[in-house]
Design a protein. Structure first.
Lengths: 242, 242
DNA sequence: CGTGTCCTTGAAGCGCATCAATGTTGGTGG
DNA sequence: CCACCAACATTGATGCGCTTCAAGGACACG
């Protein structure tokens, strides 16, 4: 039973921009179905030219690159509302893979509808470009973290980012939000070893700043965490949703 | 004396896609002038909401982030044909700064014309999105380099990237192309110290793979360089030009 | 010529990776 | 119900790739 765009639960969250009734109708027509995938399932593979694009409706996942030597770079964590498959939709080939971490529900769009979107709904095309520019912005920040921050700074930065996103999505209750990833995922996102990631998380826990275990992240002192990371805690800008 | 889009020297390079006569006319209307900046001049600053967007017509520059602790992450080198100011144009605020390294000539566009582009020229809007997705792709690769490659692999990767781009732009003559950056710039791009970058470049020079000095990059053995980097040397896809 | 910028080289030390082993939990089958 | 196993978290020990510190060389420029 597919979710009607009209009643999409995501659009009510403060993180997302409003849509006009006409835009909602268009998205409903653009949406060809819904897909539920299990934890660990691949959603898109690097190099693939998928005919389908997605928006994460429920659940979380990761985007990652695999190098020839077998090492893995996690590019970002996928949260509800994230658009998946931009590169396939626009350039015809994914530059990274996407995999479900939890069970996920995905809105499915037809890649061939993209061009129609540009032709007949320029405001939606603009939103799509906004998302691409936003991803570029985020990857620039991530690159700065991996390149210039120490391990403890990088981990603090990542936890702040994740927490702000979780808060904007209404996932935080009493300073706790679900974060169903492995320490290895975070290590691969920051270019650190699993061992050092583990020890650094322990430091943050000992300092009573943030504790992440059993798939739950608890942030006790967001400002102190942001101070370590030398980043800010500004409210995230409202983003469009596809 | 501004360059007419009709005679734009960039479009003739193999790297760039063709434009229809109508598209050329539109771009000419969109273009409000030309700007020449000196080496070291700032073009856009992080956080700025510039009313102007640019395409690099001649010369080279760098995009970079500055962190609170004063360290700098170079996100990419700017080559002729690169679009500058995507984030300001789409999201209203730059996520990084852009600075000229050599003297540069920039085509200037009016930010307020962007919306008109989406409304009346969907194929140009698509091209803009293509560029954004392409940047995202590149930053993902860069992140993988900084996060997962050793110093010599990362430097080899960067030199291969730069060389492929230079070749597609017709800048390579006898295996040599201009690369007017400092070693510090490359170090900041890869999250390495200047000293180690210098020593690693010396290794590549000693092995007769690539030599970079006096603003010129000579690549003697592209394949061997790519082997070290564990990357490929595929021809770059033709990109749109704004 | 003095000063600034960039490149180069040597030496010392640390933040991190790697290796190794053990603990914990949940699932599975006999 | 317990033995077993797989996946993940944890902790200690060792060492290396890198950073940092320091000094000097090669230009270019006023």
């Amino acid at each position: 039973m597919a979710q009607k765009c009209e009643n999409c639960p995501l659009r009510q969250k403060p993180l997302f921009q409003d849509l006009s009734p006409d835009e909602v109708r268009f998205m409903q027509k653009f949406k060809v179905g819904e897909l539920v995938v299990d934890p660990g399932a691949p959603i898109l593979m690097e190099g693939s030219n998928s005919p389908q694009l997605f928006t994460a409706l429920r659940g979380m996942g990761i985007r990652y690159n695999t190098l020839q030597n077998g090492r893995r770079q996690v590019l970002s964590f996928v949260f509800p509302g994230d658009f998946i498959g931009m590169q396939a939709g626009i350039m015809g080939e994914m530059g990274h893979s996407v995999e479900a971490t939890t069970q996920m529900t995905l809105c499915v769009f037809d890649r061939s509808g993209i061009w129609n979107l540009f032709k007949s709904h320029p405001e939606r095309a603009f939103d799509l470009t906004w998302l691409a520019a936003s991803e570029e912005h985020f990857l620039g920040e991530a690159l700065s973290s991996v390149g210039q921050r120490s391990a403890i700074q990088a981990i603090a930065w990542a936890l702040v980012r994740v927490f702000l996103r979780g808060r904007a999505l209404g996932l935080v209750r009493n300073g706790v939000m679900p974060l169903p990833f492995r320490q290895q995922d975070l290590a691969d996102a920051l270019g650190l070893s699993l061992v050092h990631t583990n020890k650094t998380l322990a430091v943050l826990r000992d300092r009573q700043l943030a504790a992440w275990s059993d798939g739950e992240l608890q942030v006790n002192n967001l400002e102190a965490l942001a101070d370590i990371a030398e980043t800010d805690t500004e409210k995230l800008p409202a983003r469009p949703i596809l």
